[in-house]
Design a protein around this ligand. Structure first.
Ligand code: GLN
Ligand code: ZN
Length: 757
């Protein structure tokens, strides 16, 4: 007989009404004191623990709470305070926030995406400091949960190898030594936890899902041998997620008490069949998808658990979500507006834990004890599958007709560009922006009023038009060559399209943390996606009517829309991506028909969606290329297609960038200018490029000289005829005044470079 235990890996921090976000932002605006911030977040934290307790979760994570980001927490508790912040108090929460957000004097630490998710962590800087233990955070939270709620929590730590690997300031040659320098600190943390009575301790090493070298695997073995030898009573769950563990047979031999594997995103069923699972260890099986919002097929999940059990034949097995629930919204209970058939098909964090509970009850006490839940789950899934959302067969037919020829522009770039130049008559080093212009509190406030019905559609449209008009005038006055309408009608670049395309649904409260206090509300993809009618034409045409200069059409690309949505598991992702491509193609054609001859299709999520396992890259690249080209290939050769991406690690996706065959690409570069330029030189890129010439992520206005220096540096490697001048991303988070000042300097710098060219 196997005994099953339920577990969770991490709970969303933000609260069902985003209380956490509100508390943090009030504190940053000095509206509440530090004590108030701590009291409010403590209440929320305890309420979250209590909820998990009420949902019968046996192993409740503690220490997964954070005031900003758990990687930053780890760095901060190890005293890794970058030199530029070292005059601040190393224990103060303001120092912690200063590292995350920057101060007037010191730039914030870099932020980057957590594996293949849209969660961003703060990159630890190893250079300036020797690590030491400032605070045992896990212990603090462990003690709190025990004292306040009688919960014997499962402390969660970021493992040493993942932590160092995600940091900056090490080289291949000293990687091992740096990892080892952290081990005494981890030993102390573990020892104190064991002394305090902690039973299970979860150490996250998601890095095991990436392609590691033999040397790195050997290092992992050494690390866990040392940790378990030094703290033999620590019951460690070595937790992995997001992908198949690459060196499965070696990893499961590590001397820890349990191994956590993701059975949703990893091929672990296959792995345990092939390699077995050691008898002396407990398997923590990630069964429920922690990366989406859809109700599980409980029959399927039961079958999976039973199959794993029959292979491992273990005494004990832990049943848990595939990863931390940080990546899903809190609860669907507050949704009021969404179609019932969709609502019944949803499962957010709380509902996922309830599913775990049901499964564990079923396997421990017999399936008859959960008959009711099984029936309910079956009905919900069948109803959704049979709903009109899934009956859009027309789009499948259309897609079936698209062969390789249809996803190619009619002429090669070298011929297209001549036609485009004849039509557009742009100067050397054309200037433009990325799309959005400042979304001031007035813009956001007016939208809220309109959403609440306080102002009419007509009044709202009028306001959007007046904002667009104001900015067309500003752009003309600045002498920008290619104008934008400013995206004032859009809340978010994906949600906006989600509200307009068939096959999508949007939630009211489905928020997920993206970075710091910033949350996003990804739309849901429920069924086949198709174009329901023009989405952006009215606004672009209006903007174009106000000026003789070209105004760019502005769309979000298929890869990004797919990646930043919650796609139903029963839908094949790449097919849906093609369907989005097809819908966008219709929009592109509609824009072109109205005389819009520059159309930008943004793909900022292209890199983030890159699979962790490199073997899966070619399929991903092919699919991304195809979908993008479905949306952009049917235009006339004289119509110029732009794309935009915002990240600087570029070399690994260069191949796909080239294959997209966009006429112009603009990219973010502010943080690693040099490296990026090299990528283009090394690869002999022939199309046009706009490397961001200034960083929009800060309110600072760059000087003409500074911008000119950035342009000059790029022109040392990139041909002046290929180069565009633009800021490095959209301007929606900036204020009007600073934006105008920065753009004025950018135009001035462009003028100077042109004079010298
Ligand atoms: N066009 C979008 C904007 O300017 C692009 C945003 C992005 O790159 N994330 O806001
Ligand atoms: Zn961008």
């Amino acid at each position: 007989m196997t005994t099953y235990i339920s577990s969770n890996l991490g709970y969303p921090r933000i609260g069902k009404d985003r209380e956490w976000k509100k508390a943090l932002e009030s504190y940053w605006r000095n509206e509440i004191t530090e004590d108030e911030l701590k009291t409010e977040t403590k209440q929320l934290r305890l309420a979250n623990l209590k909820k998990q307790q009420d949902l019968n979760i046996d192993l409740i994570p503690v220490g997964d709470f954070s005031f900003y980001d758990h990687v930053l927490d780890t760095a901060f508790s190890f005293g890794l305070i970058p030199k530029r912040f070292q005059e601040l108090d190393e224990k103060s929460i303001d120092t912690y926030f200063a590292i995350a957000r920057g101060t007037k004097e010191a730039v914030a630490a870099e932020m980057t995406k957590w594996f293949n998710t849209n969660y961003h962590y703060i990159v630890p800087e190893l250079n300036d400091v020797t690590p030491r233990l400032i605070e045992n955070r896990a212990l603090t939270y462990y003690n709190e949960a025990k004292a306040e709620l009688g919960i014997n929590g499962k402390p969660v730590l970021v493992g040493p190898v993942t932590f160092v690997k995600l940091s900056k300031g090490y080289r291949d040659t000293n990687f091992e030594a740096i990892v080892e320098s952290f081990l005494p600190l981890y030993e102390q943390v573990l020892e104190e936890l064991v002394d305090a009575g902690a039973d299970w301790i979860q150490i996250d090493e998601p890095i095991l899902g990436t392609n590691l070298s033999e040397k790195e695997i050997a290092l992992i073995a050494k690390v866990y041998q040392q940790l378990t030898a030094s703290v033999p009573h620590a019951k460690i769950i070595l937790q992995t997620y997001f992908e198949t563990v690459q060196h499965y047979d070696e990893v499961v031999k590590l001397p820890v008490a349990a191994i956590g594997l993701d059975f949703v995103h990893g091929e672990h069923l296959h792995a345990i069949k092939k390699w077995g699972f050691p008898k002396d260890k407990i398997l923590a099986a990630g069964i429920i998808n922690g990366r989406n919002v859809w109700r599980s097929d409980l029959d399927d999940k039961l079958a999976l658990i039973n199959e794993i059990q029959s292979i491992t034949n273990a005494e004990t097995m832990i049943i848990q979500p595939s990863c931390s629930l940080l990546h899903v919204p809190v609860t669907k209970k507050t949704e009021r507006k969404i179609d019932q058939v969709i609502l019944d098909g949803l499962s957010f964090a709380d509902e996922k834990l309830a599913e775990i509970n049901v499964l564990v009850k079923g396997v421990n006490q017999g399936e008859t004890t959960i008959e009711h839940e099984l029936t309910e789950s079956r009905i919900a899934r069948v109803k959704l599958a049979e709903s009109p959302y899934r009956q859009n067969h027309q789009v499948a037919k259309e897609l079936a007709q698209i062969g390789d020829e249809e996803v190619k522009r009619s002429l090669p770039f070298s011929d297209r560009i001549t036609l485009q130049q004849d039509q557009l008559k742009l100067p050397l080093l054309p200037t433009t922006t990325i799309g959005s212009l400042p979304q001031t509190s007035e813009v956001k406030g007016t939208r809220t009023k309109w959403r609440k019905g306080e102002i009419s559609d007509q009044e709202y449209n009028k306001f959007i038009e007046s904002e667009t008009k104001k900015w067309i005038e500003i752009q003309e006055e600045l002498s920008i060559d290619v104008l934008v309408h400013g995206e004032f009608e859009r809340t978010d670049m994906v949600e906006f399209f989600g509200e307009k395309l068939n096959g999508f649904a949007v939630t009211e409260f489905g928020w997920v943390q993206s970075y710091g206090s910033r949350c996003v509300k990804p739309p849901l993809i429920v069924g086949d996606v198709s174009w329901a009618g023009p989405m952006t034409v009215k606004e672009i045409v209006y903007a174009q009517s106000l000026t003789d200069k070209p105004v760019k059409g502005m769309l979000t690309g298929p890869v990004t829309i797919l990646n930043w949505s919650f796609v139903h598991e029963e839908l094949p992702r790449f097919t849906i991506q093609d369907q989005i491509g097809l819908a966008l193609e219709k929009e592109v054609i509609a824009l072109e028909a109205e005389g819009v001859n520059i159309i930008q299709v943004d793909e900022p999520a292209l890199r983030e969606g890159l699979p962790l396992d490199q073997l899966k890259w070619p399929a991903y690249f092919d699919a991304a290329t195809r979908a993008f080209r479905i949306s952009t290939s049917s235009v006339k050769p004289s119509t110029q297609i732009h794309t935009h991406m915002c990240y600087s690690e570029f070399s690994e996706i260069f191949e796909v960038i080239d294959a997209l065959d966009a006429d112009v690409i603009s990219i973010e570069t502010s943080r690693s200018h040099g490296e990026l330029i090299d990528t283009f030189e090394v690869n002999d890129y022939d199309k046009e490029i706009g490397l961001g010439v200034y960083d929009i992520h800060s309110p600072r206005v760059p000087s003409v000289e500074e911008i000119k220096a950035n342009i000059d540096r790029a022109l040392r490697t990139i041909d002046v005829k290929q180069f565009w001048i633009n800021p490095d991303c959209g301007l929606k988070t900036r204020g009007q005044e600073e934006t105008v000042a920065a753009l004025r300097n950018m135009i001035e710098a462009a003028k100077k470079v042109r004079e010298e060219a």
